[in-house]
Design a protein. Structure first.
Length: 449
């Protein structure tokens, strides 16, 4: 057997690594490949950048390692550029993959050019939301652009089975077949959202969503809604609980409560396993009193509701397929059972008026929501409103990818308002909300969310 031996002096220590063949049933299939997975820095966009682990990279690393390859994760929300350089120089990877997002498109392209110049032997892979939404915009900088889920595609890329270009594989129907996220490849102690004062681990228990809200990018990653089984969810929670000390969990699904049977089974298992408390996301029309009681008994602390707006005409215009009445009912039901509520609103939706925008604020105040976010609408590539704004009665006034939802700016014009007026209204509503909650800055709210 031919084995390549690599000796490197790093920080005064001689380190020897081996690139042995990947053998299956004593037959050489391919050499084990070294792949560095990079997550871009998000400090310019997010107040709490780096509190959530890079779930996409963790899933890809799990798949690569199960196939016999050597993934390394570098999260630039924590790692410095110097650390990344040291890793790249030592590993000399055959492949480098970057998670691309639309607000950081310029950074992704610039850094890919940097990597091409300094590591010319490495093939560059783009994945993530922007690669899925607008792959053509990345052709010049990357060898491979993966649309949609990447766990299968990246294995075939590194094993030399695919030609350069844009790649899209069918959806993974049974997501329980995926390996666990490779938590051991990142310093888990760096991560943990602080919710209600508790360090909280992140879990993704389903993929996509069966609904069709006009601003949602779920079609970018695939239409098919798929869920992990409760057994798989509990297994992942136990890893975070037993190995990394988490006693609080946040399910970052688009909507956790779509399947009532799974919700009730999960609640039952949580009572039995006693792994801690949790927070989840929901639509107000996918949860009822039976589920609310079961979740409360299981240890739920809070629910994040995508309320969007408090006007039925507006909700119809955005294909939300929900009503103001459902919003009121679900919020009051959660309050009845002493479950914390976070509501998210989008102000400048088609059909919105100044009155309906401020009605969102008044509702949040009257119901005394624990937390509320009041966003301006930003159309992203690949979403229905981006692809067909005329259908929804709006105009895209900018395709500047640097506009992002938490900036308070908008790239969409709705009837009756200038964008300057929308941004002024959004600022006023957020200021009034913070005054009501007794805070001066957004991050004061986030400390205990």
């Amino acid at each position: 057997m031919n084995i390549e031996i690599k000796t490197v002096l790093l920080c005064g220590i001689i380190i020897v690594s081996f690139a042995e063949p990947n053998l299956q049933n004593n037959k050489r299939v391919t050499f084990r490949m070294n792949i560095v997975l990079i997550t871009p820095p998000e400090q310019a966009m997010l107040v709490e950048a780096g509190d959530r682990p890079p779930m996409g990279a963790l899933y890809l690393a799990g798949a690569l390692r199960r196939a016999g390859h050597r993934p390394t994760i570098c999260d630039l929300n924590h790692d410095s550029y110097y650390t990344l350089k040291q890793k790249l120089n030592f590993i000399q990877p055959e492949f480098i993959a970057i998670t691309t997002t639309t607000p950081y498109l310029a950074w992704c392209k610039n850094y890919a050019s940097h990597l091409r110049h300094n590591y010319p032997n490495a093939k560059l892979i783009a994945g993530g939301p922007h690669a899925s939404a607008d792959p053509d915009s990345l052709i010049e900088q990357f060898d491979y652009i993966v649309k949609g889920e990447g766990e299968r595609a990246i294995i075939d890329i590194v094993e030399g089975k695919l030609k350069h270009g844009i790649i899209m594989y069918p959806l993974i129907k049974d997501i329980d077949t995926l390996p666990m996220p490779a938590w051991d490849l990142v310093p888990v102690e760096r991560y943990g959202i602080i919710q209600e004062g508790i360090r909280t681990g992140v879990i993704l228990s389903s993929r996509s969503c069966p609904f069709r809200c006009f601003f949602c990018g779920k079609t970018i990653m695939g239409e098919g809604y798929r869920m992990h089984s409760v057994d798989r969810i509990m297994k992942e929670m136990k890893i975070l609980h037993d190995n990394y000390g988490f006693r609080s969990f946040y399910f970052i699904d688009d909507c956790f409560t779509i399947n009532k049977t799974r919700v009730l089974e999960f609640a039952k298992r949580m009572q039995e396993e006693k792994l801690g408390s949790f927070r989840l996301t929901s639509r107000t029309d996918t949860i009822d009193e039976e589920m609310m009681i079961a979740l409360k008994d299981a240890g739920i602390r809070s629910i994040s509701f995508g309320l969007e707006h408090m006007d039925n005409n507006v909700l119809k215009n955005i294909q939300k397929n929900n009503t103001r009445e459902n919003n009121i009912k679900a919020v009051r039901l959660a309050k009845q059972y002493d479950i914390g509520i976070r509501g998210s609103f989008v102000l400048n939706l088609p059909g919105a008026t100044k009155e309906t925008m401020y009605d969102c604020l008044h509702f949040a105040i009257e119901e005394n929501l624990d937390f509320a976010d009041f966003y301006t609408l930003v159309a992203y590539p690949g979403t229905p409103v981006w692809k067909n704004p005329d259908k929804f009665g709006v105009k895209l006034i900018s395709k500047d990818y640097n506009i992002y939802q938490t900036s308070g700016k908008t790239n969409v014009k709705i009837k009756g308002f200038s964008n300057i007026e929308i941004e002024r209204i959004a600022k006023d509503i957020n200021t009034k909300w913070r005054k009501f909650k007794g805070t001066n800055t957004p991050w004061e709210l986030k400390r205990n969310e």
